[in-house]
Design a binder for this molecule. Structure first.
Ligand code: HEM
Length: 433
């Protein structure tokens, strides 16, 4: 059914339904991700795919990506050494990491003083996902608008919009001042601001369009990535034999290096299988993003009217025993030597969606997931805190537009000797033992 819907009828299923909160938050859907199918969406998508998410652009961001992962490693060591008896809040560390990463992609090199921004964006992202992903009767029965007003949802969305607008206007202003008008085509903002000035583009790109696109990046690119990493770490703790096998692969290739770089990852086949398996069992967007039909059509004998809202339940597709052996088990081996990929062409495995609306950030996301996980398991041995010695990791999921762990993951680390030596003595030579 998913194949029929997304391949044969892809165009017809390429619109997004009207969600009132999204229209308020995204300034009348000036963005790409929740915009209805049409000219505006096509132009925004072209700008993003050509300029922000091309292979060349994602590769050119590798130094910043490596620096953010190195910063995550330093933070882990510093927290663990200042309070060795306390478990690390992995959820918090990973959230800061993905927001910093996105912030760096948007702004260019991030000064450490700018890290305080984390809180502003974290709160805004959480509130926005709750508002857009929550159920509102008015979206299904427009005559119930009075109830939305009575519950104060419109006011909440307007408040969040004003906060986003202020935070993003500040970013644009600071960026212009920082570069003193001398725009280098480097970060997302550099690119968007230079396109804004380009007389040859076929699209007017106002500051409001730029802000809406930046919101897409923060909303689409942070929660999804840190949720996947947290579930991945939880599965590795629950499955020590998988952790061991992964560490053997990663440490074998690292050969004593404390920091793995992008180039070190090409031969890490098991690492890639672990990430695929994590996204199969724990897709951060379990229903992908909602779609809406443009015209009426027939699928497998069912009549689907125009403007039907469509949710694709990839969470249950990923666990379908008719498709996957031992569907509930975490077995990355199923993806080793398997041609199945997440590029949207294998319809049984679509954690990033498929067709015209497939996630444009796949390469950006996957490069981050691979690099972060490889370094987390190369550098440290992880275990549950002593107070949880006899318990299992709580794998309960929270329902919603994104599927998080209900109980935030806390872990203790057993650093390998050379990590500590590097930290205290700061000598690269000592790492190569
Ligand atoms: C593990 C990480 C990620 C997952 C699992 C994920 C998943 C998805 C899914 C399921 C969709 C909807 C596809 C559809 O309707 O068929 C989507 C769309 C989108 N994603 Fe991602 N995503 C991830 C990371 C990112 C990143 C890093 C960015 C950007 C920085 C991003 C930006 C977007 C945008 C802008 C859209 C809307 C595309 C459109 O409507 O044309 N995503 N993503």
């Amino acid at each position: 059914m998913a194949r029929e819907t997304m391949r044969t009828h892809d165009l017809n299923f390429s619109s997004r339904p009207h969600v009132k909160a999204a229209a308020i938050l995204l300034n009348g859907n000036l963005d790409m991700s929740l915009a209805p199918y049409g000219d505006h969406w096509r132009k925004m998508r072209k700008i993003s795919v050509t300029n922000l998410f091309s292979v060349k652009r994602v590769q050119s961001f590798r130094a910043e990506r490596e620096a953010e992962v190195a910063h995550l490693m330093d933070k882990i060591i510093s927290q663990a050494s200042s309070s060795p008896s306390e478990a690390l809040n992995i959820n918090h560390l990973l959230r800061c990491f993905t927001i910093d990463m996105l912030y760096t992609a948007v702004m260019g090199k991030l000064s450490r003083e700018e890290e305080g921004r984390y809180e502003t964006f974290r709160e805004l992202i959480e509130e926005t996902i709750a508002l857009i992903g929550g159920f509102s009767l008015e979206d299904y029965f427009p005559s119930m608008g009075w109830l939305t007003s009575l519950l104060g949802l419109d006011e909440r969305a307007k408040r969040a919009f004003r906060k986003w607008d202020a935070a993003l206007s500040k970013l644009i202003q600071e960026h212009l001042t920082r570069n003193e008008g001398n725009l280098k085509a480097d970060s997302f903002l550099d690119i968007l601001l230079s396109l804004q000035k380009d007389p040859n583009t076929d699209m007017t790109l106002t500051d409001d369009h730029i802000k809406a696109l930046l919101m897409d990046m923060f909303l689409g690119g942070t929660d999804t990535t840190n949720i996947s990493l947290e579930w991945g770490m939880a599965e590795l703790i629950r499955n020590p034999q998988v952790m061991k096998k992964l560490q053997n692969e990663v440490r074998g290739i690292a050969a004593g290096k404390s920091m793995l770089k992008q180039d070190d990852l090409s031969e890490m086949y098991y690492l890639k299988a672990v990430i695929k398996e994590t996204l199969r069992l724990h897709p951060p967007a379990p229903f992908l993003f909602p779609r809406e039909t443009i015209e009426s059509c027939e699928i497998e004998g069912y009549h689907i009217p125009a403007k039907t809202k469509v949710l694709i339940n990839f969470w249950s597709m990923g666990r379908d025993p008719k498709v996957w052996d031992n569907a509930e088990e975490f077995q990355p081996e199923r993806f080793v030597d398997s041609p199945i990929d997440f590029n949207g062409l294998d319809y049984e495995y679509i954690p990033f969606g498929t067709g015209r609306r497939v996630c444009p950030g796949i390469l950006f996301a996957v490069s981050t997931l691979h690099l972060a996980l490889a370094n987390l398991v190369n550098r440290f041995d992880w275990k549950l805190p002593d107070y949880m010695k006899d318990e299992k990791v709580d794998m309960t999921e929270t329902p919603g537009a994104t599927m998080r762990m209900k109980t935030k993951l806390h872990l203790v680390l057993e650093p390998r000797l050379w990590c500590w030596m590097k930290y205290f003595i700061n000598s690269e030579v000592l790492c190569i033992v």
